[in-house]
Design a protein around this ligand. Structure first.
Ligand SMILES: [Zn+2]
Ligand SMILES: [Zn+2]
Length: 576
């Protein structure tokens, strides 16, 4: 809602409608920014929103439409009117409508391409107050916008893929259909959705009919049963229509990365077999019947390779050598250690979080609210820490009284301060069962300084777990500069667990580093970083990423029981 109103303000300004009209939408966005959703809805129902300062008649009608339909016809109209190239420039860090309008007037910049040309041929640098560093920053910004065009976070892509699957599977000629590609491999950001469909009759004809999927922007011509459709949010749908007998091999082909597919094709050749499109041909080039992916791999003399592993990063070699790892599953998770409550910036009480954790079949829940230095997130004062601990003691007493083995653990997400100290005095840190240390500020340090800061934090034996170790926000903020290998090596040596933060916007530690961590012997904690009851479900996404990183239950701290977690923290604190 706030985003939509601000976006209308930006578009109005870009369209030349003037700052007065765009200002009205920015004021409205500001007026409702801090308003809880139910309050906003009840004000609208009571017809009282117009009395709120900052809301005018035109903004009111837009808000009402957004609440009732989730959309704004006014926003849609503006989007159609303002040149797409100009709108795209808004995504460059530091670019607002005023700056864009000025560059448009001065240099004729109207898209990423024309902006890049002006940056490269020196016209941009010739403008007043535009140094070479600023130009370099703008070029980097253009690069990032290009990279992220049409990229979606995993959970969004998953929802979209499942909606599209329903449409495809519902077609009268489709016998069965499945999601493949990056979504099935559980990649953290996704640019293309792949769906494989077994169809009756002419594949190309069915594919052509299916190009009218919802949210389609550009239809595309079906060739030999494959069709690519560009969706309104920029993501691409690749639909692969095949005969029923080809479904398993087609699903395999549409799931693996190009490297995985190539390596498997090469391996087939070494056994005298040929993977020809969606069929496996024997030595006489006769198609072998293949009913499932497991049968396909077996026909090649290989164990089944889980979709998450099919990245072409050593899994084919490991399969040939019969050394594939036994991957962790969500059922292996015994409890979680990273969640926030109403004590800091979470939306649920400890009781509510505990009830949900128990319903999920876990045997413990560690509460890790923000520490004092994180003032923006309601970090806990010393008094609040003691009040929270009293509440946790009360809940644990009740659990014991009810003969439950479930335990609530006293944790904290302590800021790693600029000098590498943990927030709070050692005496207070002693009161917690464990501490997650996280960097939440001063991200711009150079690599040597940031690495030193985190290495120093690990020297404090209170630090049990290093939280979201690179600080990245997917599609929004790059990881901070840090020498992750030396961090992992020291963590392994000292017995500090490394977090795989399972918030789908973070997924940090990156799965590509999980294999390194595992090789070095680091324990990994999969932390939902939940700020609500629903946020506890992040764990499942984190488990998917852990699987991509080849991790098994033995590599994961919270795949052990609460007694083992406590033992881990105690031995760490004893410096043992
Ligand atoms: Zn954090
Ligand atoms: Zn957190």
């Amino acid at each position: 809602m706030v985003h939509a109103l601000n976006h209308i303000g930006d578009l109005l300004e870009l369209s030349g409608a003037g700052r007065f009209r765009s200002g009205a939408y920015r004021n409205a966005a500001r007026a409702i920014r801090d308003m809880p959703t139910d309050q906003l809805h009840s004000l609208v129902r009571a017809g009282e929103l117009a009395q709120v300062r900052g809301i005018g008649p035109s903004t009111l009608s837009v808000i009402v439409e957004l609440i009732e339909t989730g959309e704004s016809s006014y926003l849609e109209r503006l989007r159609a009117e303002v040149p797409e190239g100009l709108v795209e420039l808004l995504d460059i860090p530091g670019f607002g409508p005023e700056r864009i309008s000025k560059l448009h007037a001065d240099l004729g910049v109207d898209s990423l391409d024309t902006l890049e040309a002006a940056a490269r041929d020196g016209r941009l640098a010739a403008l007043p107050r535009m140094g070479s560093r600023t130009v370099a920053k703008i070029l980097a910004g253009i690069e990032r916008v290009r990279e992220q065009r049409g990229m979606a976070l995993y959970p969004h892509a998953l929802v979209e893929a499942n909606l599209l699957l329903v449409v495809v599977a519902g077609h009268s000629s489709v016998e069965r259909a499945a999601v493949a590609g990056m979504v099935r491999r559980k990649c953290e950001v996704i640019g293309e959705i792949d769906i494989v469909a077994a169809v009756r009759g002419d594949c190309a004809a069915v594919a052509a009919e299916l190009t009218s999927v919802p949210n389609m922007r550009e239809p595309s011509k079906a060739t030999d049963g494959s069709v690519a459709v560009r969706l309104v949010d920029g993501t691409r749908l690749n639909l692969h229509c095949v005969q029923a007998g080809e479904f398993a091999v087609a699903l395999w082909r549409a799931t693996g990365s190009p490297e995985h597919v190539r390596e498997i094709e090469q391996h087939a050749k070494t056994r005298g077999l040929t993977v020809a499109r969606n069929r496996l041909l024997d030595t006489k080039r006769t198609p072998k019947p293949i009913a499932s992916e497991a049968e396909f791999y077996a026909a090649l003399g290989l164990p089944y390779i889980e979709p998450e592993l099919r990245e072409g990063l050593g899994e084919v070699r490991a399969a040939i050598d019969n050394e594939l790892p036994a991957l962790i599953t969500a059922d292996d998770i015994r409890g979680v250690l990273h969640c926030h409550t109403q004590y800091s910036d979470g939306s649920a009480s400890i009781d509510q979080m505990v009830a949900s954790a128990r319903a999920r079949g876990w045997s413990y829940l560690g509460i890790s609210d923000h520490s004092r230095a994180a003032a923006y997130a309601g970090g806990l004062s010393t008094e609040a820490v003691y009040a929270q601990h009293a509440e946790i003691d009360r809940i644990n007493d009740e659990l014991r009284g009810a003969s439950s083995d479930f335990r609530v653990l006293k944790g904290i997400e302590a800021d790693i301060l600029i000098d590498g100290r943990l927030d709070y005095e050692p005496e207070l840190l002693d009161q917690f069962d464990y501490a997650i240390g996280s960097v939440h500020s001063r991200f711009a340090l150079d690599q040597a300084a940031m690495t030193e800061r985190v290495l120093r934090a690990m020297d404090d034996p209170h630090l049990t777990i290093l939280g979201h170790p690179t600080g990245r926000l997917l599609l929004r903020r790059e990881p901070y500069a840090i020498d992750i290998e030396s961090i992992l090596a020291k963590a392994a040596a000292l017995g500090v667990a490394i977090e795989l933060n399972a918030d789908p916007r973070r997924l940090d530690l990156d799965w590509r580093h999980c294999q390194v961590a595992k090789r070095l012997g680091c324990a990994i904690e999969i932390g939902p970083d939940a700020h609500s009851v629903a946020g506890l479900s992040n764990v499942e996404i984190g488990v998917g990423i852990a699987r991509k990183g080849w991790l098994g239950p033995a590599d994961v701290l919270n795949a052990t029981g609460s007694a083992d977690v406590l033992k881990w923290a105690v031995s760490r604190r004893a410096g043992a």
